[in-house]
Design a protein around this ligand. Structure first.
Ligand code: TD4
Ligand code: ZN
Ligand code: CA
Length: 283
């Protein structure tokens, strides 16, 4: 069932759980996520970056993902992840996405507000939900100073102003996660999350969640995280299996026997995340 991101996240916000948002770049990744959602009876976000769009093509991704979403009983939001340009967001509105992220987090606050507001106006006119981001992702070193933290992480007062002026549907915040693999052990700024969530009382998004410990994730969900982005852990599940198969058999060339098992490995990883996030059984 293809639904908007807001429908899924309003339910998660009210019922205090988080929905997994998984990046896909090909059919096998997509099928793995859908099969996991069906097996777990969980709502899910399928998301594509601008990088995925230029790799696979907007037509292929949008037709394939919409087909998958419409042909399953679980709620699926079709989401643009880290849209950097107004134009990309508009193309997604025309091509069937039901949720778009506009990421103006690298701009000064006023510019981020202006860009996000423009996307919200257009998207809401089309019945599409919007995610925006405030603060910088990067990861937190053990010896990071309070001043450095304040410079990078989401400022609660700015978050309030940002949401009031943009009317965005859900907000991604920076509390210590980073995209990709971590060098050390990430520690999240749970106190900051707590303050922001209590003030905003709306769905909050956590990026860069691959590699974050289960306890940190569970705590963050208890404090109000409702959408959790996972990419790296799925890339690793896929390529680990491909490496294993190619390593065990130097003669193999039937693609289906290589990426078929990779698809199963990704599905298992997605199901593990859905259970951890408390999304299983919530469809
Ligand atoms: O938003 N994301 C996914 C980012 C994917 C980047 O993809 P491109 O290479 O196409 O730009 C996340 O927050 C996931 O972070 P994670 O730590 O799980 O990779
Ligand atoms: Zn991200
Ligand atoms: Ca990460």
């Amino acid at each position: 069932m293809l639904v908007t991101g807001k429908e899924i996240l309003d339910h998660a916000h009210k019922n205090k759980y988080a929905v997994g948002a998984f990046n896909v770049v090909n059919m096998e990744m997509l099928q793995a996520v859908i099969a996991a959602a069906e097996e777990e009876n969980a709502p899910v976000f399928i998301q594509t970056t601008e990088g995925a769009l230029s790799y696979a093509g907007m037509g292929y991704l949008s037709k394939m993902i919409r087909y998958a979403a419409k042909n399953t009983k679980v709620p699926v939001a079709f989401h643009l992840d880290h849209g950097t340009k107004f134009e990309t967001a508009m193309q997604c509105l025309r091509n069937g996405w039901t949720s778009v992220m506009i990421d103006g987090s690298h701009y000064p606050l006023e510019e981020n507000i202006k860009l996000t507001r423009a996307v919200v106006d257009a998207a809401h006119a089309c019945g599409v939900s919007v995610e925006a981001e405030l603060g910088r992702l990067g990861g937190i070193e053990d010896n990071i100073t309070v001043d450095e933290k304040d410079a990078m992480f989401t400022n609660p007062a700015e978050a309030r102003q940002f949401v009031d002026e943009t009317e965005v549907d859900y907000l991604a915040i920076a509390i210590g996660t980073a995209h990709g693999k971590y060098k050390g052990v990430p520690k999240l700024d749970h106190d900051r999350l707590d303050v922001i969530k209590k003030d905003l009382n709306m769905p909050i998004v956590l990026h860069g969640a691959s590699g974050v410990g289960e306890d940190e994730i569970t705590k963050a969900i208890s404090l109000g995280i409702n959408k959790i982005n996972i990419d790296t852990d799925l890339r690793v599940a896929y390529t680990d299996k491909v490496r294993e198969i190619l390593g065990n058999d130097s003669e193999i060339f039937d693609l289906r026997k290589i990426i078929g098992p990779a698809r199963i490995n990704v599905q298992a990883k997605v199901q593990e995340k859905m259970r951890l996030f408390g999304a299983s059984g919530k469809a």
